[in-house]
Design a protein around this ligand. Structure first.
Ligand code: SF4
Ligand code: SF4
Length: 133
């Protein structure tokens, strides 16, 4: 899903959100390429892509407070908010990235500073699911 963000970041060659999430509307299981994605390039139907693809931006693209390390092309993770939940989808080809620094410390920090939102952090790695303490 190649887009330009409101904080002036660009997807570049990242195509993680066309691979990691399950997308019912596209009959796409988790961790499989969308049939419309050209790996490393982007969407072959970009001008006609579904509205849900137009609407989605990961947290890297919307929160300029995230450091450059969180660029999905570097972190091999895509993160987004769903209400109080911060969802982290880890590229199964790099399954331990979320345990490495600076990521592990940042994820713990988010999980331990729920504030008034009841925020919590869930990590998906293939079929495995973890709640960050
Ligand atoms: S995961 Fe984020 S940076 Fe990567 S293609 Fe999707 S929106 Fe762009
Ligand atoms: S339709 Fe295009 S933008 Fe949407 S998931 Fe597939 S490749 Fe990505």
């Amino acid at each position: 899903m190649q887009q330009i963000s409101p904080v002036n970041r660009a997807c570049g060659t990242c195509t993680l959100c066309c691979r990691l999430p399950d997308i019912d509307a596209l009959d796409k299981p988790a961790n499989e390429w969308c049939r419309n994605c050209i790996e490393g390039q982007g969407c072959r139907i970009y001008e006609q892509r579904p509205q849900l693809c137009r609407d989605f931006l990961c947290l890297w693209m919307t929160d300029e407070g995230l450091s450059p390390a969180w660029d999905p092309a570097q972190s091999h993770m895509m993160i987004y908010r769903q209400g109080p939940q911060i969802t982290v989808l880890v590229d199964p080809d790099f399954p331990d990235m979320w345990k490495r620094e600076p990521y592990a410390q940042q994820l713990s920090s988010w999980a331990r500073q729920p504030g008034t939102t009841g925020q919590y952090v869930i990590v998906f790695v293939g079929d495995a699911v973890f709640k960050v303490d």
